[in-house]
Design a binder for this molecule. Structure first.
Ligand code: ADP
Ligand code: F6P
Length: 320
């Protein structure tokens, strides 16, 4: 393939820029013309794209967000939208496309692949909810952001002998909640993957630790469960511990990407170019057991991810 496109789609994630940089630089190094497509599938439908060169990606490896901007594009999901995207891709001579995004974006890539535009997906989402990957770009930075925010909350929570009930992102997945919850020493972690009983898993657990002298508490709740305001009220009523709810929200999506996100995004970007250069499309690049691998895009979308329940058990075993 001589001309490839690159776009970022769905929720942005820190490290996406490092992936773009790698695609552009490695693509150019391999004699390819690389087109940067703005605002995800919207830009593909509208022909909003430009040729990138080695210098177009200078000074971006350290920046959160995405220099190509991102979008959620309902129009692209329609047959007319898809046709428009294919026509534009052909008009610009795009022979292969790198799609950096989550599983929704990969579904779009799968549909384009089925219609003759070979795509390679790179997992970019803070949620870490892509089945074929142990790790997605942005997840590490998001967890570190949660950690920093909860450490700050802990200061004030401790000073006032309070309970902080904190909602973290993750859409329907509990990866951020579980791992950031362990790292910030949460008394209780509630995630969608595990059924919970509020009385047993929060109130009784708090009472038990209160009886051993604990006076302040952090409860981490995944977005997929939600309801932190009501939880804080119930905790206050039932335990007598003054409680506050905090929803961390979109701060979790921004910020300087961590080493891990930058390195993995860079390696994944190179892998995507290698695949397209060899004429291989319809793949998803993934990180598994610290190795960069690739999967058939259809197979990847049919895989199921399961969270390690033993980690969940251990997290609570040490938070008493
Ligand atoms: P993410 O990629 O982070 O999961 P979304 O689910 O919002 O984010 O998907 C991003 C975009 O991918 C959507 O706005 C849409 O244009 C496209 N997309 C999502 N789901 C599909 C689908 N089932 N078929 C085709 N395109 C899709
Ligand atoms: O997929 C990333 C994510 O930040 C999820 O954690 C969250 O549910 C969603 O996107 C928020 O979407 P939006 O930016 O459209 O509010």
């Amino acid at each position: 393939m001589k001309t490839i496109g690159v776009l970022t789609s769905g929720g942005d994630a820190p490290g996406m820029n490092a992936a773009i940089r790698a695609v552009v630089r490695y693509g150019c190094e391999n004699g390819m013309k690389v087109l940067g497509i703005r605002r995800g599938y919207n830009g593909l439908m509208q022909g909003d794209m430009f040729e990138m060169n080695l210098r177009s990606v200078s000074n971006i490896i350290n920046r959160g967000g995405t220099i190509l901007y991102s979008a959620r594009s309902p129009e692209f999901k329609t047959e007319e939208g898809m046709q428009k995207a294919i026509e534009t891709a052909k008009e610009f001579g795009i022979e292969g496309l790198v799609v950096i995004g989550g599983d929704g974006s990969f579904r779009g890539a799968r549909d384009l692949s089925l219609r003759g535009i070979p795509c390679v997906g790179i997992p970019g989402t803070i949620d870490n909810d892509i089945a074929c990957c142990d790790y997605t770009i942005g997840y590490d930075t998001a967890m570190n952001t949660v950690l920093e925010m909860v450490d700050r909350l802990r200061d004030t929570t401790e000073s006032h002998d309070r309970c902080s009930v904190v909602e973290v992102m993750g859409r329907r997945a509990g990866y951020i909640a579980l791992n950031a919850g362990i790292a910030c020493g949460a008394t209780s972690i509630l995630i969608p993957e595990v059924e919970y009983d509020f009385q047993r898993d929060v109130i009784d657990r708090m009472r038990k630790t209160q009886s051993t002298g604990k006076k302040h508490f952090i409860i981490i709740v995944a977005e997929g469960i939600g309801g932190v305001d009501e939880m804080a009220k119930r905790i206050e009523k039932e335990t007598g511990v003054e409680s506050r709810a905090t929803t961390l929200g979109h701060v979790q999506r921004g910020g300087v990407p961590t080493v891990r996100d930058r390195v993995n995004a860079s390696l994944m970007g190179c892998k995507a170019v290698e695949l397209l250069k060899s004429g291989i499309g319809n793949r998803v690049v993934a990180m598994q057991k610290d190795e960069i691998v690739d999967y058939d895009i259809f197979e990847a979308l049919n895989m199921k991810k399961s969270l390690d329940l033993d980690i969940y058990r251990l997290a609570h075993a040490i938070s008493i």
